[in-house]
Design a protein around this ligand. Structure first.
Ligand code: ADP
Ligand code: MG
Length: 225
């Protein structure tokens, strides 16, 4: 049986079909933006972030198209598993942990409310931060994900529906990614550069914002159809 939603007026509108559409959209966006992500990873990294993300998402989309999971948790666990097994860079295990942990927190329910997704995403971000040891302002993907979670919570507290709440989440992630520009990197390859990492946007924070924007767009399409 499903858990009874804490707020009965919230629809459980996040299901496997929606997250499979997200995977499709996210993969297209990553393909389109791969060159840009790699360009961002050039001055402060090893110029592979776009390729890493493209390889991981293409593998995930292919695997999940072959055998589509029937729960939203199953979709996220499946994508996370593919990223861990196909991406060699730091971002593979980090995103893999984020998605697997988020998916596990959703459990085997056939659908989740936005509040349930927020709680699950919080567990995922906590697991990623623990794995990488990064805190906000270290100039990593955490700088997009933590403000995104805060905005998600604020939007739900303000009574916004799933699509609006996810739009606010994606917007905050984009702002968080832009706010990495003046930061000095304290984690990952960019940290080897010290002060020379200042003035460049973090590639991982940028891809996090892209993935959340794809989710917001997918939810918006679902709510207007
Ligand atoms: P690699 O750094 O191994 O080449 P990628 O280029 O694919 O891997 O990913 C780099 C991104 O990973 C960075 O822009 C940053 O956002 C993220 N990252 C790297 N190390 C950490 C860490 N310890 N914690 C959180 N995020 C990290
Ligand atoms: Mg790299």
């Amino acid at each position: 049986m499903n858990a009874v939603p804490e707020q009965p007026d919230q629809p459980a509108d996040i299901d496997a079909a929606l997250l499979l559409r997200w995977l499709d959209t996210a993969t297209s966006v990553i393909e389109r933006e791969a060159a840009h992500l790699t360009e961002l990873d050039s001055p402060i990294g090893d110029a592979d972030h776009g390729n890493n993300m493209r390889r991981g998402f293409l593998a995930a989309r292919a695997a999940l198209q072959q055998e589509p999971p029937d729960t939203p948790g199953g979709v996220l666990v499946g994508v996370g598993r593919q990223l861990i097994s196909t991406v060699g860079g730091a971002s593979g295990p980090l995103y893999g942990t984020l998605l697997r942990r988020t998916g596990k927190a959703l459990g085997d329910a056939p659908a989740a409310t936005a509040a349930e997704l927020r709680d699950a995403l919080k567990a995922g971000v906590d697991a990623l931060a623990q794995l990488g040891g990064a805190v906000p302002e270290d100039k990593t993907m955490v700088d997009a994900l933590v403000p995104a979670l805060d905005a998600f919570t604020a939007a739900l507290d303000a009574g916004e529906g799933t699509a609006d709440a996810l739009s606010a989440t994606a917007r905050a992630a984009g702002e968080g990614a832009a706010a990495t520009i003046p930061l000095r990197a304290r984690k990952g390859r960019a940290s080897y550069l010290g002060d020379r990492s200042i003035g460049h946007q973090d590639p991982g924070a940028t891809s996090s914002a892209l993935l959340l924007t794809a989710l917001a767009d997918t939810a918006r399409e679902a709510s207007s159809s």
